[in-house]
Ligand binder design. Structure first.
Ligand SMILES: [Zn+2]
Ligand SMILES: [Zn+2]
Length: 496
């Protein structure tokens, strides 16, 4: 028998990429390090006004925006080969992270450690000096998406989120929780656009009727369905696929941090991002990118396949019993990478459990307001409540005599426990890249050939149903392991 992982053979053809070296688009053309002056009055005290998402001169109150990124491909149907923004360049661990600038006003030397910050004030004349030219250490991205949510707005969202989860919250957490220490953080991401051709061949089933067979004690459900030969062939553009580019946040499986929370508040409105300008970071913290394109490529390729597969699903509504793809092909014509800083308001809480500890996050997307979090649970209380609910369920079960559903009450306590646990901890929350990433399908060709009516099927879905499978999750762990094994970056992280 042919080996199958339920997804059939998926091929990414890399011809275009293998032949050509990536084309690097220099995204910091015309920018300069040092004083970035207000276009109106020439002052250097400039910061983001999160109310408007614009830069504001703190001296004359003039508001303005950095320009949009130039030089990258905007019509994605024309995207060919591999194009990378210069802000995505490989991290060079040997370079000097400390940059010394000469203040244009007073001539003093100002030292900026780009590992930590991208701005500093001149001690002598109080002017702000910025780093805007890219340095190959991952600290300066191509684009930045400004905060558009004030601290007060984020505090309210985080307060409301936790407020709805007080009953089972750990007493120590309830006592210590305060939104006054939330942080505005620019996290590093890679934003990828793609242009590809997809081809899928397989079988699909449409449900005709559902019924039960057997005697009173031994009932089973059966299905009748129409079986079709199905094929889809189309061109696809994918816009703004976004993945974490710090190893720490990329690792969703770690037990000591709830990184999935930060992942789940995607997507961002990347289209509103602007060219890098250090002034956007004033008053906020940022995390530096510490992975390179080559390391992220397998994950990105898997996510592209997921997006394509789910885009095809929009044309498969008739197959309510699912589709089993026997062949999946995706040929990448072009791909484009940008390094980005995206804005997140974050509350974190370290819970100690014996000698272990877990870092809980409540995160707010500082553009869309999407909020997600993990609240530490007071386990004894949840267990006692679940037992009470279980007892109640058993009582109900003996009182009512509806044979068909009475067994349901047998599991009341357990169901209650899991619902509450996931409501507080949200351990399954994640970014649904497969449906939340923008994609456009065109030149669609379809085949839907009726094969036969099938009667008395026992599965509720078609055998080998795989059109809603996500392949990305399998690969994530491997990538992190590989990066950790092979990379110099590991040493860097440990040394911090
Ligand atoms: Zn001004
Ligand atoms: Zn100075």
């Amino acid at each position: 028998m042919q080996e199958t992982n339920g997804l059939g053979p998926t091929i990414i053809q890399k011809d275009a990429e293998a032949k050509n070296e990536p084309v690097v688009i220099q995204t910091d053309v015309g920018v300069k390090d040092g004083q970035n002056k207000c276009p109106k009055c020439g002052a250097t005290d400039i910061a983001l006004n999160a109310r408007t998402g614009q830069l504001r001169c703190n001296y004359c109150r003039y508001e303005f925006n950095e320009q949009q990124l130039q030089g990258m491909v905007t019509d994605l149907t024309k995207l060919q080969g591999e194009i990378i923004g210069s802000g995505t360049q490989d991290i060079n661990n040997d370079i000097q992270n400390v940059v010394t600038l000469k203040c244009e006003s007073c001539g003093a030397e100002v030292v900026i450690d780009t590992n930590e910050v991208t701005q500093a004030r001149c001690h002598w004349c109080r002017n702000t000096l910025s780093i805007n030219q890219q340095i190959p250490n991952g600290s300066i991205p191509d684009i930045v998406l400004p905060f558009k949510l004030t601290r007060e707005e984020a505090q309210k969202l985080i307060g409301d989120f936790v407020g709805k989860r007080k009953f089972f919250a750990h007493p120590k957490f309830r006592q210590e929780f305060t939104t006054s220490n939330i942080m505005g953080v620019y996290f590093p991401y890679m934003v990828v656009d793609a242009n590809a051709h997809s081809n899928y061949i397989g079988k699909g089933e449409h449900l005709i009727r559902t019924y039960t067979i057997g005697s009173r004690d031994h009932r089973e459900t059966r299905y009748d369905a129409d079986l079709y030969q199905v094929a889809r062939d189309f061109d696809i553009t994918i816009e703004g696929l976004t993945i974490e580019s710090s190893l720490d946040k990329l690792n969703q499986k770690t037990k000591d941090k709830t990184n999935n929370i930060i992942n789940s508040i995607m997507p961002f409105d990347i289209e509103n991002s602007v060219r890098w300008n250090a002034n956007y970071l004033k008053g906020y913290t940022s995390e530096k990118r510490d992975t390179n394109i080559e390391q992220l490529r397998p994950l990105v390729d898997e996510q592209i396949k997921d997006v394509s597969r789910f885009t095809a699903n929009k044309t498969l509504k008739n197959y309510d019993r699912g589709v089993c793809w026997e062949s999946e092909k995706l040929a990448l014509r072009g791909k484009q990478w940008k390094a980005a800083y995206l804005p997140v308001w974050i509350y974190s809480y370290q819970q100690k459990k014996g000698d272990k500890s877990i870092l809980h996050y409540v995160a707010v997307n500082a553009r869309t307001k999407e909020t997600m979090g993990s609240v530490p649970i007071h386990m004894p209380k949840l267990i006692i409540m679940s037992i009470l609910v279980e007892i109640l369920g058993l009582i109900v079960m003996t009182l009512i005599d509806i044979e068909k559903i009475s067994w349901l009450f047998l599991f009341w306590g357990i169901i209650y426990y899991f619902i509450m646990y996931s409501r507080y901890r949200n351990n399954d929350a994640r970014h649904h890249h497969e449906i939340e990433t923008k994609s456009t399908m065109y030149n669609l060709k379809t085949i839907d050939n009726f094969i036969k009516r099938e009667n008395g099927l026992s599965n509720s879905k078609i055998r080998g149903c795989n059109n809603e499978k996500i392949s990305e999750q399998n690969i994530e762990n491997n990538i992190i392991d590989t990066i950790k094994k092979n990379s110099k970056i590991k040493i860097n992280i440990n040394n911090k």
